[in-house]
Design a protein around this ligand. Structure first.
Ligand SMILES: [Zn+2]
Length: 131
């Protein structure tokens, strides 16, 4: 059965068995898990980071960005989650998938580069201050 509405649950550990229509968020571990909204019961894990996925809470529910693209699964489903509701998007063709992946990799590189740079400056500052 397709999921039209997700119920967000914030907890420390993602449970081994996921309930359908439930969107698990572990802020401590910076990850999320849910069963694919198409109903195929595949577990979908979306890591949270500025370069990966972001979950925004408001009074209506959670909004997940960017979209969830399950290209690796046979269903190849693609959807947005906006204020708990699933909005189906067109399945990307392979070219778009590879383009998107390249871009994702690029964003991720930028994110980790920025982190490395911050660490470098922190270390340098520590050295200058004699710590
Ligand atoms: Zn699916």
């Amino acid at each position: 059965m397709r999921t039209e509405i997700f119920a967000p649950v914030v907890l420390k550990y993602i449970p081994r068995t996921l309930e359908p229509h439930t969107f698990y968020i572990s802020e401590v571990y910076g990850t999320t898990a849910h069963l694919c909204a198409c109903g195929c019961r595949t577990k979908v894990f979306l890591p949270l980071s500025p370069a990966e996925w972001r979950v925004k809470f408001d009074e209506v529910g959670i909004t997940v960005r960017p979209s969830v693209g399950n290209w690796e699964f046979p269903c190849r489903s693609h959807y947005f989650i906006t204020q708990n509701a699933v909005q189906w998007a067109a399945a990307w063709d392979q070219v778009r998938v590879e383009d998107g992946r390249r871009k994702d990799g690029h964003d991720l590189d930028k994110y980790f580069d920025a982190r490395k740079r911050r660490k470098f400056w922190r270390r340098l500052r520590g050295r200058l201050l004699g710590r």
